[in-house]
Design a protein around this ligand. Structure first.
Ligand code: HEC
Ligand code: HEC
Ligand code: HEC
Ligand code: HEC
Length: 505
């Protein structure tokens, strides 16, 4: 039976929908029980929503939805890549993510692509903290022992659920030590399935952080799963995906850096066979109610992060590279970098591409990229506190970015972020402006003329040239931009396939 019932709907209506839209008895037999499986993947290290035009969920609201009243027995899983990667900061945040997962009530978390770059000892420590919530059938340590348990059997609502998980290999820096070895999943999965047989498991779930080709290859060799939950790359896409394979296995996919929560309701007959399913992909908007325990936990996280600012973020006088992390706004001052701006003002990022200001860095050529005589006009905030200091370290300020025209915008970002999501302004560090340069909407002639001098830009004429950089003018030259391509275009140009999260490197 193919599932065609695709229902994009706000989570607030879910309860209503599920309680009124309950299927009656089907011709195939009496529906005796329902099971609601909540699933996520590709959380990618995110804790907070970003307040952007593609709002990136946030853990507190995910928790709010999962813990809202439901008439069904629930089971909650993460198919992998919950962490951001293996920097000190990434590992620090991953610990908080797992603590949130415990509060939310996750039953099991698969180690995914992003976790394959993290030392085995760290993964095992997390496994201890979560009391064995982590699984992986195909990650081994250097002694060829599984990194965590390979599978888990839980009984919920009288149904025995067996869960196992697999991943593909992530990109890791050469010379990375102690990281897990990714083995071929076929043999271990066969073993796990026969263990499930012996343990009288009713429902078998596979969590797979894998691309289609690899996964299909595995599934063609190892049949016997009832439900496969696949992590997938970021897509600005609200369409739930559910397919049913020839052997009856259902496959659902989820991703989105915490933006989405997948929910599949399985209707089971007396023999605990799936007779019907319904898939919903909830887009976690900032208007949804938050789970207060998580909001409190994450306030604690931010307070601890401040103490680790120097350790994780390098030079404290300088804003950080990972400028898209909303949890960082708190410690911003002065210049923040364009990555932050485009997380909300996405189209504007294009527009600066169009006027050529974004290429101002690259046209310098390697020989002049550290030449102070060029940097003042080919980077942002050169020589100003929090502005461009070291051109290679401060890569977020290379080129003529938003703040070169509009002025340092940290205060604006802090304001917008605290309005648009759950960061409580009263817990923020007071803002200190160390630049003395105003943030403005209008860009007066003096700002342009500081760079467009007689010497370098003899043709410059404010009246006519400002029209060329006004965003609505430059946008026309890019024609119709649909939401999804605009995002990926920008990411490509920045060499960052995984934006707005970070590379698992
Ligand atoms: C959390 C979301 C968010 C972030 C991040 C953000 N902005 Fe904004 N910004 C807004 C919103 C919302 C408005 C008001 C509505 C609009 O004009 O689109 C706004 C307005 C503006 C304005 C017009 C101000 C005015 O007084 O009318 C400028 C200029 C601007 N932003 C620049 C920036 C720059 C530069 C950055 C990056 C350093 C940035 N923004 C980051 C959300 C954001
Ligand atoms: C006072 C500001 C300023 C300084 C200093 C400056 N530039 Fe530029 N540069 C500009 C501006 C403005 C333009 C765009 C000119 C235009 O299109 O009218 C530009 C354009 C360029 C271009 C592309 C256009 C061309 O002329 O081929 C190159 C290459 C360039 N600059 C290199 C450099 C190098 C190398 C240095 C340092 C030795 C430097 N610039 C220093 C402001 C500056
Ligand atoms: C070369 C200078 C320049 C750069 C770079 C630039 N802007 Fe602007 N921006 C302008 C001008 C000029 C206006 C129009 C101001 C007015 O209303 O007169 C403007 C207006 C805006 C506005 C107000 C709404 C609107 O569309 O008029 C926002 C928001 C904004 N810019 C955001 C950004 C962001 C975000 C970036 C970086 C991705 C950016 N700008 C880069 C010059 C610039
Ligand atoms: C921080 C320095 C800086 C500021 C401020 C700045 N520009 Fe530029 N601008 C440049 C540089 C450098 C280039 C050349 C970039 C390139 O060719 O890659 C450039 C290129 C341009 C171009 C494209 C020129 C061409 O020949 O196609 C226009 C138009 C322009 N600027 C207008 C403006 C206007 C209008 C303002 C003020 C609202 C402004 N710029 C502010 C440095 C600046």
């Amino acid at each position: 039976m193919r599932n065609d019932s695709i229902i994009p709907i706000l989570a607030l209506f879910l309860i209503v929908l599920f309680s009124t839209g309950c299927p009656g008895n089907l011709a195939t037999g009496g529906t005796t029980s329902h099971l609601m499986i909540n699933y996520t993947a590709e959380n990618g290290g995110s804790l907070f929503p970003c307040g952007c035009r593609i709002p990136l969920g946030g853990l507190s609201r995910r928790g709010g939805i999962i813990n809202s009243e439901s008439p069904y027995t629930q089971f909650t899983v993460d198919a992998g890549s919950f962490s951001g990667g293996n920097t000190g900061y990434d590992r620090f945040t991953a610990g908080w993510i797992l603590q949130s997962y415990i509060l939310i009530g996750y039953d099991v978390v698969n180690l995914g692509i992003r976790e394959t770059v993290i030392p085995v000892s760290q993964l095992r420590e997390w496994d201890g903290i979560t009391q064995g919530m982590l699984i992986s059938a195909n990650l081994h340590d250097e002694f060829d022992m599984p990194v965590t348990r390979r599978s888990l059997v839980r009984e919920v609502g009288g149904i025995r659920i067996g869960v196992t998980g697999i991943t593909s290999e992530g990109r890791h820096p050469t010379g990375a030590t102690e990281i897990p070895i990714v083995i071929d999943p076929v043999a271990p999965l066969m073993e796990v399935l026969s263990e499930f047989d012996e343990e009288d498991v009713d429902l078998v779930i596979l969590l797979a952080d894998m691309q289609d080709d690899d996964l299909n290859n595995v599934l063609s060799q190892v049949p016997g799963f009832d439900l496969v939950i696949q992590g997938r790359d970021f897509k600005a896409d609200d369409t739930p995906v559910s397919t049913v394979l020839a052997d009856g296995a259902r496959i659902v996919k989820i991703g989105g850096f915490g933006k989405y929560l997948g929910r599949i309701r399985l209707d089971l007959n007396d023999a605990i066979e799936i007779i019907r399913d319904e898939v919903i992909q909830v887009s976690i908007e900032t208007t949804l109610p938050a789970m207060s325990e998580i909001t409190e936990l994450l306030t604690q996280f931010r307070i601890e992060l401040r103490g680790k600012r120097v350790e994780y973020l390098g030079d404290p006088s300088n804003p950080f590279q990972r400028s898209q992390s909303p949890e960082m706004v708190d410690i911003l001052s002065g210049y923040t970098g364009q990555g932050f701006c485009v997380s909300c003002h996405r189209l504007y990022g294009f527009e600066t591409e169009v006027t050529g200001h974004s290429t101002a860095w690259n046209i310098l050529g390697d020989e002049n990229k550290t030449n102070p005589e060029c940097l003042q006009c080919h980077t942002t905030g050169y020589g100003v506190p929090t502005g461009m200091g070291d051109p290679y370290r401060d890569s977020h300020l290379q080129g003529v970015t938003c703040e070169a025209c509009h002025g340092p915008a940290a205060e604006h970002v802090r304001e917008r972020t605290s309005i648009d999501n759950e960061i409580d302004p009263s817990t923020m560090i007071p803002y200190v402006d160390s630049t003395g340069i105003p943030f403005t909407r209008e860009v007066p002639a003096e700002v342009c003329l500081a760079c467009h001098t007689e010497e370098w830009s003899p043709e410059f004429d404010y009246e006519t040239w400002v029209e060329r950089v006004r965003h609505e003018t430059s946008a026309e030259t890019i024609q119709v931009i649909d939401e999804e391509t605009s995002w990926s275009f920008f990411m490509e140009r920045n060499g960052d396939e995984n934006a707005p999260g970070s590379d698992p490197e």
